[in-house]
Design a protein around this ligand. Structure first.
Ligand SMILES: Cc1ncc(COP(=O)(O)O)c(C=O)c1O
Length: 392
């Protein structure tokens, strides 16, 4: 009875929150905390064993074998030419802030972004904006159809040191139309970050054409399913930036100018931080191994989730729900331009809270942000799930 994908997530599925009704738990907050496949439990144990048996010498294994294996896996998933350019950190904030620290904060600093960025960046930006020399322009994400033109026009004309945009917006699930194409045309003087967190291991993404142009960030907590603590940022190969916020792990690089001042290596270690827990790395490698063994790719994950989303929409259209309906669904192009969750405008935070509680009574778990209720789709939703229980 176990499905081809669901069977890899049994431990998380069986331990899911206590039942409030007879139906099995339908976990639809996978766009936030995605279940971890069962293989990750053994991976945590393996990390403990390595720490116990190898003590300090575990670092050689981590830096010599584990990190390069992870970088190769990420590079393969995103079609990146240079795995050694993938910098690791426990969260994307650390990496993005390290990049910002490499910009000249003594000069006017112009930053272009959208009004749909996740708090990790948007809060940091608000604080930076308190500095007299920092000027931020936020392009409205809506209407989504004209977002690429509006963003690119500003990017090309505005003399920006930094541009930052999400590939899929966290508050709507809408994919930024043609973002990778417009990033390829960005001015050389502008550093550009693509926040790929809501696309990574959800939407097939080929970065080969912009690998040496943009910084791409994502992490393992969401669709990748390896939990918190393993994030990355890809670094253009010719990057000569010198982060002010530099960690001592960068000392492991072949430093370009050891004799004078602080040297930086010409690979990911330019953006390296400091001591961290690498058990999430072991979990991430276990996920990569599992997916390789089972032939699970980002394309097959996306195809499977699209099937779930179509069944959900069919059930929704056949029902007459006061909140979960097309009128309240935020979307641009559901078939081609969407991430792996749907967002519904509920009119007020109270409505969203009530709806979330009603769904909880039916053993459907989801999340909300103010008046927005988000319902996510994942590999571990059974193939025969109709989603009808949400609408009755
Ligand atoms: C779009 C986006 N970017 C980044 C993050 C995570 O940020 P950080 O790794 O800094 O905690 C999230 C988390 O939900 C997100 O939705």
């Amino acid at each position: 009875m176990y499905q081809k994908y669901y069977r890899h997530f049994l431990q998380a599925a069986q331990k899911a929150a206590p039942a409030t009704c007879d139906l099995p738990v339908l976990h639809m907050a996978c766009h936030s905390h995605h279940y971890w496949p069962d293989v990750t439990l053994e991976a945590i144990n393996a990390y403990w064993q390595d720490a116990a048996q190898m003590a300090d010498s575990k670092w050689e294994k981590i830096f010599g074998e584990k990190i390069p294996a992870f970088q190769r896996g990420i590079a393969a998933a995103l079609n990146l030419p240079a795995p050694q350019q993938i910098a690791l950190a426990p969260n994307t904030h650390e990496l993005v802030y390290r990049l910002i620290s490499a910009l000249d904060l003594n000069k006017p600093l112009r930053i272009l972004t959208t009004d749909g960025e996740f708090y990790s960046f948007s809060r940091q930006l608000l604080r930076l904006e308190e500095l007299p020399n920092v000027d931020v322009v936020r392009i409205a994400t809506r209407p989504f159809a004209t977002l690429p033109q509006r963003f690119e026009q500003e990017l090309q004309s505005g003399n920006y040191q930094l541009a930052y945009a999400s590939q899929v917006f966290f508050d709507s699930g809408v994919a930024f139309p043609n973002l990778l194409e417009l990033a390829a045309r960005k001015p050389d003087a502008t550093q550009m970050v693509i926040d790929g967190y809501h696309a990574f291991f959800a939407r097939p993404t080929d970065l080969s054409a912009i690998a040496d142009k943009v910084f791409y960030t994502a992490g393992s907590y969401k669709y990748f399913g390896a939990g918190e603590g393993m994030c990355f940022m890809t670094i253009p190969r010719d990057c000569q930036l010198r982060p002010l916020n530099t960690g001592w792990f960068a000392e492991m690089a072949e430093l370009e100018n050891r004799a004078e001042g602080v040297g930086f290596g010409n690979n990911w270690l330019r953006f390296a931080g400091a001591t961290m827990d690498y058990s999430p790395l072991y979990k991430a490698l276990a996920v990569l191994d599992l997916y390789e063994r089972e032939g699970i790719t980002v394309a097959s994950i996306h195809k499977y989730v699209l099937g779930n989303q179509r069944r959900f929409l069919a059930a929704m259209d056949a029902a007459d729900h006061p909140l979960l309906n097309r009128g309240n669904l935020i979307a641009h192009d559901l078939e081609n331009g969407h991430g792996h969750f749907f967002t519904f405008r509920c009119g007020s935070a109270e409505n969203a809270e009530t709806l979330q509680a009603e769904l909880r009574q039916k053993n459907v778990l989801c999340d909300r942000r103010q008046q927005l209720l988000r319902l996510g789709f994942a590999l571990y939703h059974p193939e025969e799930e109709t989603f009808e229980r949400l609408f009755t």
